[in-house]
Unconditional design. Structure first.
Lengths: 222, 81
């Protein structure tokens, strides 16, 4: 039985401990989802810290939130959702064995992801210029309680961790393009594209929550 | 995309205490759409759905139990700020 796969006809991508490629793929997907659960809790810790401090210092948080650039944040939200779409299209292309399309959609996803990070760089730069980065050079914004600094600490931790995930994601996408160019994917085997897809969509979901919580929470007080 | 526009509009409305719940409801809808359609959760095996659901359960534990501490501290006279 153990040597069943060594027999002719067994696909080269199949690891010997799986019955067939379908079982192997299901195991990969399950493993990826379990990893994403740990990621949910990783970000969840920060979201919880955010909720606790926001409940305690509502006014400082609302005021500081209004200092973020809403247009850049909204633009980035659109860019990231679009990149999720191109990622989904790349997964679709991989499932149908369309090599050129896989590479095209992955490249588009990298482009959109880099756009997001580029905008983030501009935003961070503005924060440094306005002395809104927590630390010795932080200046408490006019008319706000000093806990505004707490908001910006959380802002940088949460968006920074998110940006780190984006950078890792872009690295994974580049790796996928390399594999796709070497004809590693086919209709039969395309699990890596799908798994990176799951990761990319997860990072998108994190931003879907970060955007309203960081950028929008105080707008109704304006 | 439409939901992003909606959440932007909603953020500027004066809804009293309802601003945050509305923003969160829209975000949860968007996240659910991404998970179900893009991440293909709707056609996944039961076990995968179960694992994805477990993340929500543990996240709820994390938030609810933490808040049950912080939000009730002022109730005690010795901790009252």
């Amino acid at each position: 039985m153990a040597d069943a796969h060594a027999m002719a006809g067994s696909p080269p991508e199949l690891q010997h401990h799986f019955v067939d490629l379908a079982a192997q793929k299901e195991a990969s997907a399950l493993g990826m989802w379990i990893f994403l659960v740990t990621e949910v809790l990783f970000f969840g810790g920060m979201f919880t810290a955010y909720v606790v401090y926001r409940a305690a210092y509502t006014r400082a948080f609302e005021g500081a939130s209004n200092l973020l650039d809403l247009r850049l944040g909204a633009f980035n939200t659109a860019v990231l959702i679009l990149s999720s779409l191109t990622m989904a299209l790349a997964v679709w292309a991989a499932a149908h064995g369309k090599k050129t399309l896989i590479i095209l959609y992955l490249a588009l996803t990298i482009l959109l992801g880099s756009t997001f990070l580029g905008v983030k760089v501009v935003e961070y730069q503005q924060k440094f210029a306005h002395h809104e980065v927590p630390g010795p050079h932080f200046v408490i914004p006019e008319g706000l309680p000093r806990q505004a600094e707490m908001f910006f600490s959380l802002y940088f931790c949460m968006t920074g961790l998110h940006a780190l995930h984006m950078i890792i994601g872009i690295g994974l996408l580049a790796w996928l393009i390399g594999k796709a160019r070497r004809d590693a994917f086919s209709v039969r085997y395309n699990t890596p594209v799908e798994m990176v897809g799951l990761y990319w969509h997860f990072v998108d979901i994190v931003w879907i929550f970060l955007f309203p919580l960081l950028y929008l929470l105080g707008r109704h007080t304006l | 995309m439409a939901l992003t526009a909606l959440t932007l509009w909603a953020a500027f409305q004066h809804l009293g205490v309802w601003n945050t719940p509305v923003a969160l409801a829209i975000a949860i809808t968007k996240a659910a759409l991404v998970a179900l359609v893009f991440m293909d959760l709707k056609d996944s095996p039961r076990l995968t759905m179960f694992v994805a659901g477990a993340s929500l359960l543990w996240l709820a534990f994390l938030v609810v139990i933490t808040l049950s501490d912080y939000l009730t501290r002022p109730w005690l006279p010795i901790y009252a700020r």
